[in-house]
Design a protein around this ligand. Structure first.
Ligand code: NZQ
Ligand code: ZN
Length: 388
């Protein structure tokens, strides 16, 4: 195994009735707060009123930026960075799902530079600093509440690009499972597919690593498989929502990575789908992942699929290795498409093959994806076609 550095200094308030800590936490960073949110779900749920009350009670000054779209646009980031500069904002408070949190991270970084924040994504411009970020998560999926990453869309260039940068790590995150009670069954399912994918991207590796980490990943995946259908059936089941929420954070907060160096595969391949067709990230991952697995399964990779099948889906270990491997992929597809009810193909959601060559080139970023199995643009194109 490789050496690694583990450094995730996010203070997490997990559970119900923790909002009384919000005012004092924000006040640690100053008086002027920019509250950011999406299309209004927090107003419907009543969370907006509760948050504003806490900010006022703490004697802080409130500024707002709303309307952050799913697959957040660079225009929101630009506007947020401007507000931070014009209003001398001290701290940003993102309340919402991954889109709101991601956009807010780049606003916080954009506030500290005098160039267009899109350059952080398109040109890898340095992110040396960011204003402090506090989050209140309302959807369990991306793990943005506990990682330093974000993904931003530019509809003009049809790009959707991601970036990690330690200054964008939230200082504090409030994870109250009851804030996810209003998430629809569809978004709950998409969030679950995203969490599964974050683990699968790391789990499927040929690098040697700690058994501990494989065991943790298997438990995280079993947790998603167990609790997502419950949360979809019973939206206010606290145990289910709590398990999904904490799993979303731990799937991507760096812990399970150990020292693995391989690249993620399904994510860059999916981001091209979201970039061009504006589909929900988790849905794209659900459609792609089983096909990517079928494409990468071989005598050489079968042992990892066998481990996945036995330890995550409980397939009989006495069966031949290749049989278990194939069954594990079927069972993952069954979970996404039958249990969670997500669309099975790209055709079903109106996507045809016309953009596949360009998308495959962009997903490979001018080279190859060096993941579990190295993929060229031709391979990626083939995987898109398998999803039709
Ligand atoms: O905008 P509002 O009105 O809040 O509605 C949202 C949105 O329509 C709604 N929603 C959120 N919380 C809700 C709720 N509706 C009812 N009740 C609630 N409590 O759900 C819809 C989707 O929200 P969004 O934030 O887009 O979803 P998600 O959390 O899945 O975020 C997806 C974005 O995150 C990126 C994705 O690419 C995508 O752009 N990712 C970010 C990552 C990261 N930061 O590390 C990693 C991921 O792999 C991912 O790429
Ligand atoms: Zn994801």
């Amino acid at each position: 195994m490789n050496n690694f550095v583990y450094d995730i200094p996010v203070r997490v308030y997990f559970g119900e009735n923790q909002l009384s800590n919000l005012g004092p936490e924000l006040a640690r960073f100053g008086k002027r707060v920019l509250l950011t949110y999406g299309g209004g779900s927090i107003k419907k749920s009543g969370l907006y009123d509760a948050v504003v009350a806490e900010i006022k009670a703490a004697g802080l000054e409130l500024f707002e930026l709303s309307g952050i779209a799913p697959n957040p646009h660079i225009a929101s980031v630009r506007r947020g960075a401007e507000i931070c500069k014009e209003e001398h904002i001290d701290v940003l408070l993102a309340v919402g799902g991954g889109s709101t949190l991601d956009a807010t991270k780049f606003m916080a970084a954009g506030a500290c530079v005098d160039f267009d924040p899109w350059l952080f994504l398109s040109e890898n411009a340095p992110i040396r600093d960011a204003l402090p970020i506090v989050t209140i998560l309302t959807l369990s999926a991306t793990g943005s509440e506990m990682d330093s990453g974000g993904v931003i869309s530019n509809p003009e260039t049809k790009d959707k690009l991601g970036r990690l940068a330690p200054p964008m790590l939230p200082k504090v995150s409030f994870l109250d499972p009851t804030n996810t009670y209003t998430v629809s069954p569809y978004q709950t399912a998409c969030g679950a597919a995203d969490i599964m994918s974050h683990i699968i991207e790391v789990y499927f590796t040929t690098e040697q690593d700690l058994q501990l980490l494989d065991g943790v990943m298997e438990l995280l995946m079993r947790t998603v498989i167990k609790y997502t259908p419950i949360a979809m059936r019973e939206p206010d089941n606290y145990e289910a929502r709590a398990n999904l929420m904490w799993t979303s954070s731990w799937a991507i907060n760096g812990f399970i990575n150990g020292g693995k160096r391989h690249e993620w595969t399904c994510h860059p391949v999916e981001h091209e789908l979201s970039a061009i067709y504006d589909i929900t990230h988790g849905l794209g991952l659900a459609i792609l992942t089983p096909r990517w697995m079928e494409y990468t399964l071989s005598e050489a990779t079968a042992p990892k699929f066998y481990q996945f099948g036995v330890n995550v889906f409980g397939i009989d270990p006495a069966l031949p290795q290749m049989e278990v491997a194939k069954k594990s992929i079927e069972m993952l597809g069954d979970f996404f498409f039958n249990t969670l009810g997500l669309n099975r193909t790209l055709s079903e959601i109106g996507i045809d093959e016309r953009n596949f060559p360009l998308m495959a080139e962009k997903a490979c970023n001018g080279g190859e994806i060096r993941g579990f199995v190295t993929l060229t643009p031709k391979d990626v194109e083939h995987i898109y076609r398998m999803c039709l």
